[in-house]
Design a protein around this ligand. Structure first.
Ligand code: P6P
Length: 336
């Protein structure tokens, strides 16, 4: 009788199993994802204890975004930076919480660049709502010193992307450009196990996800589009519902699994969006496209945006490809 217990595939085993697909791989990508998992576990531990050890609430600081810094923002940011700095896989990082590029000393630098939002949705922390870390991975281009151009990259150059959601479970989702795979943390042994493989976004949305209080700032096409979506509901059947958490990472994860369209139009008064290109929109757009969905800024792919600054913002429409195409059609129709 075999006593072997099939625990399932761990994050590291999964990444290593795919390493052979990348002939040039030297194992650093596998090690990097493993270390991102380590950072996620450390942050999850702090998030779980936040209410008990008085690390809810704000630090009293304001970040580069002009947003109030929550204590957990700071903890998540510092944890992610420390773990990746020590990984030997990273040459530079960009964080939502940091003004400038974080360079790793050459003696410990590796071949990758990571842009991340350490704790997206942190304004929801004190209400115990799901929040998460979002990350984008690029291969460094420069050989000697790290250049700003190593970090300011269009999303189409990503070689990996993912997020970790600190919710009822701690889950890690990542793509290497081939598939989108989901891992669930087993807190009893501190390991991420593969629980959903090769996720594909449903072909059509059943959920509408946007902050309707922004209507005074919407472009002309948005209200007609929202009314058009709601018109899919009739006396016979409710085909579309509305779900909006206010944590992009949680809204995206639900939409990825259940089929939903997320909209955050740029403010019609300034044409400036809210969501950040490098470490919110690009990684989620990469995941969406690998999962068969799409992500647009209204006139083109999110992944084709050429960022000018680390903290550039954009309008974001992300979900099933048919829904994103319909939004782009409404934009064309109301912009003619
Ligand atoms: P609003 C959280 O602060 C965040 O960056 C995203 O996670 C979220 O989708 C958005 O802002 C919410 O912004 O303006 O709807 O409160």
């Amino acid at each position: 009788m075999s006593l072997a217990v099939d625990f399932g595939v761990t994050l590291t085993q999964h990444v290593l199993s795919r390493q052979s697909r990348f002939p040039e791989a030297r194992g650093q990508f596998s090690a990097l994802l493993t270390q991102i998992g380590v950072a996620g576990k450390l942050i999850a531990a702090q998030v779980r204890r936040a209410g008990l050890i008085e690390i809810w609430g704000a630090t009293g600081e304001t970040n580069v975004q002009g947003e109030t810094v929550q204590k957990l923002d700071r903890i998540a940011n510092d944890t992610f930076i420390d773990v990746l700095r020590r990984s030997g896989c990273v040459a530079a990082m960009a964080s939502e919480e940091e003004h400038e590029v974080i360079e790793v000393p050459p003696e410990t630098a590796g071949g990758y660049v990571v842009a991340f939002d350490p704790l997206d949705g942190s304004s929801n922390i004190d209400a115990n709502v799901s929040i998460g870390t979002i990350f984008a991975i690029y291969q460094r281009r420069s050989e000697d010193e790290v250049l700003r151009s190593d970090v300011l990259r269009p999303g189409r150059e990503q070689v990996g992307a993912g997020y970790i959601i600190y919710g009822p479970s701690t889950v890690l989702v990542y793509t290497d450009g081939q598939t989108v795979d989901l891992f669930t943390l087993d807190p009893s042994c501190g390991e991420f196990f593969l629980t959903r493989e090769n996720i594909k976004m449903p072909a059509r949305s059943k959920l509408l996800s946007l902050n309707e209080s922004n209507e005074p700032y919407w472009p002309a096409w948005t209200r007609p589009y929202v009314d058009h979506v709601k018109s899919r509901n009739d006396a016979e059947k409710r085909r579309v519902s509305s779900r909006h958490i206010g944590s992009l990472v949680a809204d995206f994860h639900r939409n990825l699994l259940m089929g939903g369209i997320f909209l955050y139009p740029a403010d019609a008064r300034t044409n400036v969006g809210k969501l950040r290109v490098l470490y919110e929109c690009n990684p989620l757009a990469f995941i969406a496209e690998v999962a068969g969905g799409a992500a647009s800024f209204g006139q083109g792919r999110i992944l084709d945006i050429e960022p000018k600054g680390l903290h550039d913002r954009t309008g974001l429409f992300i979900g099933p490809a048919a829904d994103v195409a319909e939004i782009e059609e409404f934009i064309r129709r109301y912009s003619a």
